[in-house]
Design a protein around this ligand. Structure first.
Ligand SMILES: [Zn+2]
Length: 70
């Protein structure tokens, strides 16, 4: 994975709460910026990995072909 850990520096009056764009977990202090998903903020690098894996194989498994006999 490529990316970087980004420290969130918010002004004291900014009370917005960040959530992981993938799993929705609250992000406090810092988030993972993944190069593959520049617009997303991940709570931790594994979250980006899971998203990457899902994107690579949208279908969990290919449906078995129906064997036609007789
Ligand atoms: Zn997450």
């Amino acid at each position: 994975m490529t990316g970087r850990d980004v420290t969130i520096e918010l002004p004291w009056y900014e009370t917005r709460i960040l959530n992981c764009t993938f799993c929705g977990k609250m992000i406090a202090g810092h988030y993972w910026h993944d190069d593959s998903y520049p617009t997303d903020k991940f709570c931790e690098p594994p979250c980006a990995d899971v998203k990457r894996r899902l994107a690579r194989s949208p279908r969990p498994k290919s449906a078995p072909r129906r064997a036609k006999r007789g």
